[in-house]
Design a protein around this ligand. Structure first.
Ligand SMILES: Cc1cc2nc3c(=O)[nH]c(=O)nc-3n(C[C@H](O)[C@H](O)[C@H](O)COP(=O)(O)O)c2cc1C
Ligand SMILES: C=C(O[C@@H]1CC(C(=O)O)=C[C@@H](OP(=O)(O)O)[C@H]1O)C(=O)O
Length: 398
């Protein structure tokens, strides 16, 4: 709960994005490459449009890191937009003349259904929906992934790993293996759709090609899996401290995400208690809950608003991309007449990228919860506090 904070700034076709992360302890080993690796992962995925060929996202540290280590001060990062060179005049902050229609070049008045365009211009009282869409664009998620890449490095140092894989795309389900690969991202990143089911992947690719041909778009579902979490992150005591609620909010803040499930999720509502709840048993060795474990993990790693020490499993559903190349009907807000929505270029699907963004949001929420419970000003202090807690768990329930 805001032990850690981040903010982002930047328009999609402006000069750059900025990401500022505040609250990261000192002494975390951090290289620009640690962040760039995550940015590159977010740019992957079959079905993305031409913009991803223009950009090669990389960060420049502006503050907070020295000699390969965090300082405990705000970490700010700059990510330049390569596409800006094509938009300088349109995105120029200086005042300029309107074109013949009374609007600026590349203005958007044929507002696009499924985007922030119409609601945004009404709310902010703008004539040109570009004033809205530049910031509503999922380009902003690059800066989120940058901030959370730092969180991920800290979590990894504490033995916590985050991965994801795609489990559904455009009507095709992937078969989820009962046992996931040890290095989940090594396996999923090797697939152009970040899925572990090669047969489903082939079918999904044909669906994407068909959708592209007909000017249509597709959505899908990714599963985020977190290992190594200690029992007791988050709290049952107040609504806003519950870890499941915090994760849900973070996931639903991703553009185009419409649903989140933890563990068995919606399916729990259809089943009986005996089919849903996870029985507790003594553990043979030491677990991240001391000497107990669950026989099953249908709960997906949270109970009572706290992590259980089991794997955290979150599924995140994304709607189809909003801009269709065979445009949807709309109203031209400059004339009030029916029209077809603006469509220049767009992704056909971006579900694989969404999975990486969902990992990023999980990394931020969990790093925040770790600092809330084990907080310290240096990584060593956090590690000491975590070790002391784990040692205490070792004395319990034996
Ligand atoms: C990684 C990613 C890439 C996206 N790419 C596009 C795109 O190319 N074209 C588009 O119309 N929408 C794209 N979107 C979706 C829009 O940003 C989204 O539909 C819009 O913000 C409205 O979502 P909302 O209803 O959840 O607010 C993308 C979303 C994500 C997460
Ligand atoms: C730029 C990114 O995604 C963009 C998200 C997006 C949207 O409307 O959300 C629209 C597209 O951008 P453009 O309008 O420039 O073609 C995507 O490429 C990115 O992910 O880095």
């Amino acid at each position: 709960m805001s032990n850690l904070r981040f903010t982002t700034a930047g328009e999609s076709h402006g000069p750059a994005l900025v990401s500022v992360l505040e609250g990261m302890p000192a002494g975390v080993s951090l290289l620009a490459a640690d962040v760039d690796t995550e940015l590159a992962r977010r740019q992957q995925g079959y079905g993305r449009g031409r913009r991803m060929q223009i950009e090669t996202d990389r960060i420049e540290f502006l503050s907070g890191v020295r000699a390969g280590e965090t300082l405990g001060s705000p970490i700010s990062m700059l990510i330049r937009n390569s596409d800006w060179k094509n938009w300088q005049e349109i995105m120029d902050p200086a005042p300029r003349e309107a074109d013949a229609t009374g609007l600026r070049k590349r203005h958007v008045t044929r507002v696009r259904p499924g985007h922030a365009d119409l609601t945004g211009i009404l709310k902010y009282d703008r004539e040109d929906a570009r004033d809205i869409l530049e910031r509503a664009s999922a380009r902003e998620t690059t800066a989120r992934v940058a901030a959370s890449a730092v969180c991920r490095v800290m979590l990894r140092a504490l033995g916590i790993e985050i991965g994801s894989h795609l489990v559904h795309l455009g009507g095709v389900d992937a078969v989820r293996p009962d046992v996931l690969p040890q290095d989940l991202n090594a396996a999923s990143d090797a697939s152009p759709l970040r899925t572990l089911d090669a047969d489903a992947e082939a079918l999904m690719i044909t669906r994407i090609d068909a959708a592209k041909k007909e000017g249509n778009t597709l959505g899908g579902i990714c599963e985020v899996v977190v290992t190594g979490l200690p029992v007791g992150l988050g709290s049952h005591v107040s609504w806003d401290r519950r870890i499941d609620g915090r994760l849900g909010q973070a996931m639903l803040s991703i553009p185009a995400v419409k649903g989140v499930e933890i563990g068995m999720g919606f399916e729990t509502a259809r089943r009986t208690g005996a089919e849903v709840h996870d029985e507790i048993e003594p553990a043979m060795g030491r677990t991240r809950a001391g000497h107990v474990q669950r026989r099953t993990n249908r709960a997906g790693g949270t109970e009572g608003g706290m992590t259980t020490g089991e794997e955290l499993v979150i599924r995140v559903a994304m709607k189809p991309i909003s801009t269709l190349m065979r445009p949807l009907g709309t109203v031209d807000v400059a004339t009030g007449q029916s029209a077809q929505a603006v469509a220049e270029r767009s992704d056909v699907t971006a579900v694989p990228a969404m999975g990486v963004i969902a990992e990023a949001m999980a990394a931020f929420v969990l790093a925040d919860a770790v600092l809330e419970k084990f907080g310290g000003d240096s990584l060593e202090e956090v590690q000491r506090n975590l070790d002391a807690y784990l040692a205490r768990l070792d004395e319990r329930v034996r």
